[in-house]
Design a protein around this ligand. Structure first.
Ligand code: HEM
Length: 226
């Protein structure tokens, strides 16, 4: 077994482990975000955001999450570069068995677009909450003073159609990325035999649709209702 092969498998393993870790984060993140549309007073979302901001376990997870994103992104470029160098003729389009789906061939492009979304998104919310909380209004809920994160998010979605569309596109891109990434991650880990392969692909698609719809519905709710 050549050194390159071992290294390449190792890198793919890192991609799948970090990817599956991000899959879990995204499910939690979407669930918490959906509180935005289930309570127009903002109390539910603010309490959840306050819990996430102050809970010690979540605080420990935050840098791990950042590292997970960073490694996943850097490794994807490295892996793509290696694939490109090792395989000058990329895909055998004449042979349908070897040919792959559009999503799987465009994981890097999809990932790069999600990265653009993520940078804007982090600046809009995370950065303000962490490093400029003075610019936010505060609320008192059940005797506890906290930042009005609901106002920060809902205000953006209420006043900007451009950002509403931007967030819908972000959710859809993420859905496409996950529809391949989810099952591919399990496949790389060797957790899919012939029977499970097709099941995982179905679960992957269902998960991707839930995520794309779940994220997109939030800006659309504020756009349509307010
Ligand atoms: C409707 C869509 C979304 C809304 C309303 C939303 C809302 C938020 C808010 C309020 C924060 C700051 C949380 C805090 O620091 O207390 C945040 C952080 C973050 N979001 Fe989103 N988000 C959305 C979509 C996404 C998507 C699609 C991704 C993944 C590609 C994502 C990834 C992140 C990351 C990595 C952070 C920083 C870590 C964290 O604070 O948990 N978000 N988001």
């Amino acid at each position: 077994m050549s050194k390159f092969f071992t290294a390449s498998i190792g890198r793919k393993l890192i991609m799948s482990l970090t990817g599956l870790f991000l899959v879990m984060f995204i499910a939690v993140h979407m669930t918490v975000n959906l509180f935005l549309i289930f309570d127009d007073s903002g109390e539910l979302f603010n309490r959840a955001a306050h819990f996430m901001a102050t809970n010690p376990a979540v605080k420990i997870m935050e840098p791990i999450l950042g590292l997970g994103f960073l490694i996943h992104i850097l490794w994807s470029f490295l892996l793509e570069y290696e694939n490109w160098r090792a395989r000058p003729v990329k895909y055998d389009k004449k042979n349908p068995e070897v040919a792959s789906s559009w999503t799987s061939r465009n994981m890097l492009v999809l990932g790069a677009l999600i990265l653009v979304f993520l940078v804007v998104h982090i600046i809009q919310f995370f950065w303000v909450i962490k490093f400029n909380p003075e610019s936010m209004k505060s609320v008192v809920i059940q005797g506890v003073q906290m930042e009005d994160t609901y106002l920060l998010v809902s205000d953006l979605f209420k006043r900007s159609v451009v950002y509403d569309i931007f967030y819908v596109i972000g959710g859809i891109l993420l859905g496409f990325h996950l529809s391949h990434g989810f099952w591919s991650g399990f496949h790389t880990l060797g957790l899919s035999n012939k029977n499970w392969m097709s099941r995982l692909q179905i679960i992957s698609r269902v998960y991707a649709i839930i995520i794309a719809v779940g994220f997109s519905v939030i800006p659309l709710y504020f756009l349509i209702k307010f």
